[in-house]
Design a binder for this molecule. Sequence first.
Ligand SMILES: [Zn+2]
Length: 108
Amino acid sequence: MKVPKEMKRYCPSCKKHCLHKVKVEKNRGKNKTHPMTQFSSIRLKLRGLWMGVGTGNSGARSRGALNSWKRYNKKTTKKPDFRYTCTECNKASTNAGGSKRAKKVEMI
Ligand SMILES: [Zn+2]
């Protein structure tokens, strides 16, 4: 996917179209951004339900093969997390409708 470094789009705080700088944010993983969601490792540890390290044979044999319990290498693409910073009010906004999947993002 080729994305321009600067593009003109609607700014919700200026309430008009302005020039925006485009930046791709790094994916920090679900446990970092939402630590208390259902079935997150941090929440399961607090409730004493974590079946990771500590169960049976310290997770060496009792968990089975990695791709039997972990969603492992299922998807080959990622949804890039774009941040658009307004050059007039310097506020950042995201793509409300979400972004399309892409193997890699290239800035032009
Ligand atoms: Zn603005």
